[in-house]
Design a protein around this ligand. Structure first.
Ligand code: GRF
Length: 220
């Protein structure tokens, strides 16, 4: 008898390249999970088509149909619960979530952010790194808490910033790493190796550094 695979709900707003990385990781067996639903707040999201092409259930919950963030979040939470998701993956989901959604999924809600948090929470991260004259940029996967892009980091991958970089060329270098470390963090979580505890993130029973595991040093 094989163990039941973990159920993932993936929330998107746009292109869905991270979603595609999860679809591929599930198909290859690198991630012992199934994607039970993909939900978008944006009816035009290209990722909805990627999910449908992979035979995954899709839902669109258009935030413009709700008067408040809390009403939208309550409907979103109900939908994710109805699909009995074990882990919720924010993959380019461009809505600020309220406690109505975050609290019920605390400790099983992950996000990917295209900067080396705590640097550059929010938008336009690559341009901000260039404007600041940084020598490196990167990506962080973190547990989601009530603070926007402020939840405890799990893993980070770093890339160099080159003299000729634009926000677009830098983004292209970073996103390759998003596609590697995000499914990896999810696999750690669903296999029970990774937990959010009162004192922070633990991997294999040990606290991870405050900026997360450095992917360059990671053996897996
Ligand atoms: C990624 O850069 C992710 O880090 C950010 O939004 C972008 C989503 O890209 N949160 P995609 O929709 O997964 O291609």
């Amino acid at each position: 008898m094989t163990a039941a695979r973990a159920r993932l709900a993936i929330l998107i707003s746009g292109r869905g390249s991270n979603l595609q990385a999860f679809i591929d990781a599930c198909a290859s067996g690198r991630l012992a999970a199934e994607i039970c639903v993909v939900i978008s707040n944006n009816p035009e999201a290209e990722g909805l088509r990627k999910a449908a092409d992979a035979g995954i259930a899709t839902r669109c919950i258009d935030h413009r149909d709700y008067a408040t963030r809390e009403e939208f979040d309550a409907v979103l939470a109900r939908e994710v619960s109805d699909y009995r998701a074990d882990l919720v993956i924010l993959a380019g989901f461009m809505r600020i979530l309220t406690p109505t959604f975050i609290e019920p999924f605390s400790g099983r809600l992950l996000n990917v952010h295209p900067s080396l948090l705590p640097k550059y929470p929010g938008l336009h991260t690559h341009q901000r790194a260039l404007d600041a004259g940084d020598s490196e940029a990167g990506v962080t996967v973190h547990y989601v808490t009530l603070e926007l892009d402020g939840g405890p980091p799990i893993i980070q991958a770093r890339v160099p910033i080159l003299p000729q970089d634009t926000a677009q060329t830098l983004a292209a270098r970073v996103i390759v790493n998003e596609h590697i470390i995000y499914p990896l963090a999810a696999q750690w979580h669903i296999s029970g190796r990774l937990r959010l505890t009162e004192s922070g993130v633990c991997l294999d029973g040990k606290s991870v550094p405050s900026t997360g595991v450095d992917y360059r040093q990671e053996e897996d």
